[in-house]
Write a new protein. Sequence first.
Lengths: 274, 390
Amino acid sequence: MWDYTEKVKDHFLNPRNVGFIDDFDGIGEVGSLACGDALKLTFKLGDDGRIADAKFQTFGCASAIASSSALTEMVKGMTLEDAAKVSNEDIADYLGGLPKEKMHCSVMGRDAMEKAISYYRGETQKKIEGEIVCECFGVTDKQIERAVKENNLTSIEEVTDYVKAGGGCGNCHDRIQFIIDDVLGNTPRAAKKPEVMTNIQKIKMIDATLEREIKPALNQDGGDIELVDVDGNRVLVKLRGTCASCSKSQITLKHYVETKLKDLVSQDLVVEEV
Amino acid sequence: MKPIYMDNNATTRVAPEVVEAMVPYFSEYYGNPSSMHTFGGNVGGEIKAARARVANLLGALPEEIIFTSCGTESDSTAIYAALHSHPERKHIVTTRVEHPAVKNLVEHLGKNGYRTTFVPVDRQGRLDLDALYKSLSDDTAIVSVMWANNETGTIFPVEEIAREVRERGIVFHTDAVQAVGKIPTNMADSAIDMLSLSGHKLHAPKGVGVLYIRKGTKFAPFLMGGHQEDGRRAGTENTASIIGMGRAAQLAMETMQDENTRVKAMRDKLERELLSRVPMSMVNGDPENRLPNTTSIAFEYIEGEAILLLMDQYGICASSGSACTSGSLEPSHVLRAMGVPFTAAHGSIRFSLSIYNTEEEVDFIIEKMPPIIERLRQMSPFWKEAQAAG
């Protein structure tokens, strides 16, 4: 059960401005059946140049319907300049907040408004900017970059919550991480492995990989691992916590720990329990 | 508002008879079955009786039954036991429509040194048996196929598959949490090696499960520690729940007939009426081989979460294959594996009945659903075009 605010529930159960304005001045359509939500927004300007009426049709979940309803209420009476400035955060705030997994509903509202204004201004439908990163949901690098910047996103999961990218097959996760790192000004991770390692470098890297990549995963299950020694390419470790008594520990050791170390440090490593 | 509960594949009401059987084992007879004293030993006797009752329901021997904490634990135990017993074998076969308890575990193992085969299904949700048999080799450690699918109710021919798999000397496991109690199971003349079931799917409480292990099947425990369950599952017994599980197994034998006549008739009526009253709706799954209590109906061009929340206004409880209810972005892996089109997958609703449902409840849903569907379709940008296209 989602933790929706009373305002979200109200706008879902009693949506405002459902429909389609036949003699619209602007129209914006986003989303698709495949994506699981879609919004068709129309507006009509008054003589004063402000939005006199706005209507929506939405296919989607409760928060998609509520976000659409909220958007139409918000932009009525606004000039197009002001309407263009309505952000997805503004829509979410108007509703008293949205569950983070549902933020993409508010992004859909903003995108539809932008498209409708572009239509009115006679701007030919902007070509999709950027390059598709997420094939499943057709999201481009520019869209991801924008969502990361505007909402201070720091993880792939958050990007998925806001623009859906990465929510399907997951093949694009590396590229999304790259975009996040780029926006945040981080040096891209996975620094190149040095071609030839000294023993000290190797031990340091094994230790760092255990600390950074492997321990947190084992800790989640109440387990732990300790580096005892490195003898040539033999990595000697001790399993602790639940790992020590777990019937799957040999599988964990061989297939998880060893694979990680091989991938991140050196293909020649073999892990052994002592 | 009294709930109209048609989500019994998610969980069921604990039967009053089961509660009654359990209550004394909390504050009155709270002894540890492993203790030397009579006070604890008596509880041990009740657990023995519960084991016999579960064995009776499955057509198995009492010593072939171990109690676990849930269906998921039973599944994990079975799969890891097979892998440990055949360490040289590195291939696991399952289906694309398994419950996450099996699917996610096998996917995990697939990333950790095992080769995996996920057998596909057709548009009706029927397994591609040829593909399954062709995938088997000397390297295959275990085949795990659910008895009945939780989302569509489709029943798989596990008995036939088990025989074929056994002939090749491979262990066969079935996740039967949706099947046991609804359709007859007789392990005595079956080739199934291991079978999982879950208490809360058949009117016992949450937190108790069962793993059937055929006598002679190689086994390695998942939880290690004490000698409980004959050394096959360590941990102090969840005594009250195990006793409840035994009572529920007894009841299931008595109610199976009702499940397959009255409950089935109610399910059929609900399905028939909804399909006839709501245009552009269809059933997901194999209508021929199906659990008597389950129907999954796709209402095209609308989204499941919105449907469920409007149903919730009337206290109607069901579930959806839509993405939005789970927090993921894609509709259920089961419907996708079946190739249900997106127009339908997002708007699929599963009703799963039980012996506690009534004809009045079915009529109430039949009355309330069509306006809910119509209301959401009127909001949908695709509905007018779809209607025009016919």
